[in-house]
Design a protein around this ligand. Structure first.
Ligand code: IMP
Ligand code: MG
Length: 178
């Protein structure tokens, strides 16, 4: 295990199980629906890559990069679009894929942005949810796992751009960022 990880919160094996269960629900809900899956970069890379392969439907894929964090462990609350969508979502069903919901600022902003761009309906799937940290009310439509109020990394999630490559989700030692 990486020396900066205090403990493994979700193992590779558990991740696989969670992803399959989310994909099954999504496949059922989106059957016969033309939809676009929108990944929020960079945190959603591992989750979206696994999830999309488990959904046997015809859908398109796009990405957005939004930022609110800077290099620290606290959201600034000031969400900005760094990279926008590449195609129109007007009158489309949208499924946003996120790594983790913390304050809720990012998804509250992204969902209202997508609605303002004409999306017919916006739903959200997140691998992790940290509801104890909410600053704005936000509930995902699909969630993998509720996590404690700890800073976690791996499976796409970073601290200062590192640890995204870990195949598991782990709790980062506080000595790394204190
Ligand atoms: P929110 O806007 O506060 O909900 O934050 C959402 C974004 O912050 C997520 O997309 C993550 O990229 C990042 N984030 C929040 N909590 C964590 C964490 O524990 N580890 C890594 N990234 C996190
Ligand atoms: Mg993210």
């Amino acid at each position: 295990m990486n020396k900066d990880i205090e403990s493994v919160l979700v193992s590779e094996f558990q991740i696989e199980h969670i992803v399959h269960s989310l994909a099954t629900q999504i496949q059922k809900d989106y059957a016969n629906t033309d939809f676009v899956m929108i990944g929020l970069l960079k945190g959603s890379i591992s989750f979206m890559s696994d999830l999309m392969k488990c959904i046997d439907l015809n859908f398109s894929v796009d990405f957005m990069t939004v930022s609110s964090y800077g290099a620290g462990v606290e959201s600034s609350g000031n969400v900005k679009i760094v990279r926008d969508l590449t195609s129109s979502i007007k009158d489309k069903e949208v499924l946003v894929v996120e790594d983790i919901i913390d304050s809720g600022n990012t998804l509250a902003f992204v969902c209202s942005y997508l609605v303002s761009k004409g999306a017919k309906r916006v739903r959200v799937v997140t691998m992790c949810d940290k509801p104890s940290r909410r600053k704005v009310e936000f509930a995902p439509d699909y969630k993998g796992i509720t996590v404690p109020d700890k800073f976690i990394v791996g499976y796409g999630m970073d601290y200062a751009e590192k640890y995204r490559n870990l195949p598991y989700i782990g709790i980062l030692r506080s000595s790394v960022y204190m």
